[in-house]
Design a protein around this ligand. Structure first.
Ligand code: FAD
Length: 471
């Protein structure tokens, strides 16, 4: 008897509940990936994510081949692909890992109902979160809107998990008709992806290696170093987590093992890092309960916020890292080059766009969606609404990040700034933080003067906020 394991954003073999359950109950497995971007609604994968997906699928296929199987690739309407495959192979069951984006939930529910109606078994599993978004409730049995109480409820429920091993047998069947990976056209036609290749190794093995490096080098210093963009002080696991090449249960297990180290000097404080993963759970909780928030303000009062008129020119300067504010530009160039940006810098560039330029947060969210290798509907929505002030548990509006103060505090020697703004590499630290003080430097380097004055634009943002409140 044969089962289909429908891979989606769970591109790994270890700690994969759907794969393990299918391998236990069936003699033969068909690992399947269906390319169906139209089923993601307006949130089909952006360019950087597609790059990642290509390489991750290629790695998954190679791993499956090592186990005597292979990834069957198809494209088109998912239900139709599944039905055709069931008909051709006589498969009696389909297994998958759940996703929590509104479009995916709607698609999966429809497919589940249709397949069951034709007598096919369907089994879905949680493979990407510690806790299903509906399992955590307030005392009034509603969803949480604020992170701290959410985390206070979730944290005590996290028992040390035992991640599942790769199933011992992944036997497949002779099956033709898989389309070549290149036919999905996921890679860019103009080769702009050199920086991504340098920075990342998509796939389960790359994820595990990254995790090991983080555990060895950085986790003990995480609470302090996580705010320093020049350092590798964070895990950089976000794209691996997004594509499900690693599960939060696997991370937690490894953290718990380290925390149990008998040598006190090697025993890290794992709480700050666990808490950050808690934000990821919270983001999924919010997206599940408030599915309209990727395009609508969580706080409806912001529907009347007086944004500035959309300025494509201003947005473009921001996208290209040519605003004239060094920390903002360094972040935007890091993003363009590597498909990733440090969390603190994400907050600063987002604040600059939404507050100093007063452009709608959705313009920024869209750009991140296209350029981040970790673009994730839950996390991106939470991040942008948090910064814009319109979110569930948002930053108080008056906390407008000052990129100069932030750079002085978190990149005091200008290492991050010099790395991403090579034209300013020769400038003194003082000038690096405030380039506009030296007209000769700007002229020599070709680095632009600031597109807005920070103090004035901050005042403008606060006035806009007051106007909204008084409506
Ligand atoms: P670490 O500090 O090592 O954290 C470990 C993991 O915890 C991360 O990989 C991530 O999965 C999770 N995490 C950490 N911080 C957050 C957070 N604030 N919210 C939710 N989860 C978090 N993260 C994405 O994964 N995808 C996005 O599209 C995304 N967009 C963002 C947009 C804005 C405007 C902001 C301010 C933040 C955004 N984040 C997003 C959250 C955060 O910046 C990244 O998760 C983090 O920088 C990834 O780096 P890391 O893996 O080294 O994080």
């Amino acid at each position: 008897n044969t089962a289909i394991v429908w891979f989606r954003r769970d591109l790994r073999l270890a700690d994969h509940p759907a794969l393990s359950a299918a391998a236990k109950a069936h003699e033969q497995l068909i690992p399947l990936y269906i390319h169906a971007p139209h089923e993601d609604g307006q949130w089909s994968a952006g360019a950087a994510s597609r790059w990642w997906l290509h390489h991750s699928l290629s790695r998954l296929d190679a791993q499956l081949r090592e186990h005597g199987n292979a990834l069957h690739l198809a494209q088109g309407d998912s239900l139709q692909v599944l039905r055709e495959l069931i008909e051709r192979t006589g498969a009696t069951a389909v297994y998958w890992s759940r996703q929590y984006e509104p479009a995916a939930i709607a698609r999966d529910s429809a497919i589940k109902a249709a397949l069951r109606e034709q007598g096919v078994e369907v089994h879905s599993f949680n493979a990407s979160l510690w806790c299903e978004p509906w399992q955590i409730e307030t005392r009034q049995q509603g969803p949480y809107r604020v992170f701290t109480p959410f985390w206070r409820t979730l944290r005590p429920q996290l028992a040390t998990p035992n991640p599942l091993p790769v199933p011992s047998s992944l036997r497949g069947i002779e099956l033709d008709g898989s389309i070549p990976l290149d036919a999905l056209a996921l890679l860019p036609r103009i080769p702009w992806d050199g920086g991504l290749h340098e920075a990342w190794q998509p796939g389960e093995q790359g994820a595990q290696e990254w995790l090991d490096i983080f555990m060895d080098d950085a986790v003990s210093d995480y609470a302090r170093a996580r705010d320093l963009p020049a350092r590798h002080g964070t895990s950089r696991l976000s794209p691996h987590l997004h594509f499900g090449e690693l599960s939060p249960r696997q991370i937690q297990r490894q953290l718990s093992d380290r925390a149990a180290d008998t040598d006190a000097r090697r025993r890290p404080d794992i709480e700050p890092f666990l808490r950050e993963l808690g934000w990821r759970e919270f983001a999924n909780h919010l997206l599940y309960h408030f599915p309209r928030t990727p395009t609508q303000n969580f706080n409806e009062q912001f529907d009347t916020f007086p944004w500035a008129r959309k300025s494509s020119k201003a947005i473009e300067r921001w996208q290209q890292g040519r605003t004239g504010i060094p920390l903002v530009d360094a972040g935007m160039r890091e993003l363009w080059h590597t498909g990733w940006m440090h969390n603190r810098v994400r907050m600063i560039v987002a604040s600059f766009l939404c507050k100093n330029l007063r452009q709608h947060w959705q313009h920024g969210a869209q750009w991140f969606w296209d350029t981040l290798v970790d673009a994730d509907l839950a996390n991106n929505t939470l991040g942008w609404q948090w910064v814009a002030g319109s979110g569930a548990d948002a930053a108080p509006y008056f906390r407008v990040f000052n990129p100069v103060t932030q750079a002085r505090k978190f990149d005091p020697d200008g290492i991050y700034l010099r790395r991403w703004l090579p034209e300013l590499a020769g400038a003194s630290v003082e000038l690096l933080h405030e380039t506009w003080r030296d007209a000769a430097l700007l002229k020599r380097s070709g680095y632009p003067a600031p597109m807005v004055e920070l103090g004035e634009s901050r005042d403008g943002a606060l006035a806009a906020y007051r106007a909204m409140r008084s409506r």
